[in-house]
Write a protein that binds this ligand. Structure first.
Ligand SMILES: Nc1ncnc2c1ncn2[C@@H]1O[C@H](COP(=O)(O)OP(=O)(O)OP(=O)(O)O)[C@@H](O)[C@H]1O
Length: 310
């Protein structure tokens, strides 16, 4: 009997390159650390796209690979395998000189420990000046830009103070100003509010959002704080070294004119089509080793395997 072919929507003639127009592209990214005879797979095939001008939060349990991802994007650490591109830089194929140029001009990095970002014997103004001096920026431009950045971050009055004379929140704002000194396209911040109290954390986060909006810098911020991740349009969750889900938030206007935020959670599908079904879904329907997939007109269903088990 002839088999009637299933009528499927036709794919585009040739799939465009993954993330061709994105500013940050990670594809199947792997980072393996070797400590003695033990191998730790910190990233296990992570896919991530970030568009120019976006601000995203990266969340995940301790040890899930967030800091590893940020260090790779910052050009501080190198991936073991996969693909990582930021702007025009291929992070797996950079020479040492490229890496210096990349870290100086393309990305600004704010590290997890506030103190690791600052130099104890320099004033805030001198610290913002330092990366510009390394980039051979003329003195007049440096002076103007340092003043402008400290003003933007709300710490203009701290310009002549050293880190020891600043509060934790002020230190973090100065660290952000330093990271922005050479006008990078991307700002990476690893737990920037981790050591701060709630009110100060909110101010620092507001400063990051301001930088994103006013300067157009793309911001990737790693956080444990649900308050923080609730304030960005996209939150990417990492589990076991892979992106597992994304929450997109948008503001909707109700009939009475009031606005409210709608948050929708999406599972992430990798390029091979693999999707992780959340544990509570699996448990609710006893989905185990084998499931039945069915293609409907505009969605795909997953059914438990009710057949005979071998
Ligand atoms: N230099 C290293 N050598 C060996 N293992 C490492 C190294 N750096 C990270 N790891 C391991 O890689 C995994 C991911 O670590 P990573 O710091 O990226 O996680 P994280 O999500 O940032 O955690 P946290 O929220 O606690 O900072 C962990 O198992 C960690 O122990």
């Amino acid at each position: 009997m002839p088999i009637t072919p299933l009528s499927l929507p036709q794919p585009p003639p040739r799939a465009p390159e993954f993330g061709r127009d994105s500013l940050i592209v990670c594809e199947n990214l792997v980072r393996i650390y070797q400590s003695g005879s033990i191998e730790v797979q910190a990233l296990q095939g992570l896919d991530l796209l970030v568009e120019s001008g976006e601000m995203i939060a990266v969340v995940g349990a301790s040890g899930s690979g967030k800091s590893t991802l940020l260090s790779i994007l910052a050009g501080v650490d190198a991936p073991t395998a996969g693909r990582a591109r930021v702007d025009r830089w291929d992070l797996l194929a950079m020479s040492r000189a490229d890496r210096v140029r990349y870290r100086r001009h393309t990305v600004g990095f704010v590290r997890q420990q506030t103190s690791a970002n600052l130099i104890p014997y320099l004033t805030a103004r001198q610290m913002v000046d330092l990366p510009m001096t390394a980039a051979r920026t003329p003195a007049k431009v440096r002076r103007a830009r340092a003043a402008e950045l400290l003003e933007t971050l709300g710490v203009a009055d701290c310009a002549d103070r050293r880190p020891g004379q600043l509060s934790g929140g002020q230190q973090m704002r100065v660290a952000i100003a330093v990271a922005l000194a050479n006008e990078p396209r991307v700002l990476l911040a690893d737990e920037p509010t981790g050591e701060l109290d709630t009110a100060t954390a909110a101010q620092v986060f507001a400063a990051l959002r301001d930088v994103n909006r006013r300067l157009g810098v793309t911001v990737v911020v790693v956080t444990h704080d649900p308050e923080v991740s609730g304030q960005v349009e996209r939150t990417v969750a990492i589990r076991d070294g892979r992106t597992s889900s994304e929450v997109l938030r948008r503001t909707a206007t109700a009939d009475d004119g009031g606005t409210h935020v709608i948050a929708e959670e999406y599972a992430v599908m990798d390029r091979a089509g693999r999707v992780q079904v959340p544990r509570d879904y699996r448990e609710a329907l006893a989905l185990t080793r084998r499931v039945r997939l069915a293609l409907e007109a505009d969605h795909v269903t997953i059914h438990p395997d009710l057949g005979e088990r071998p």
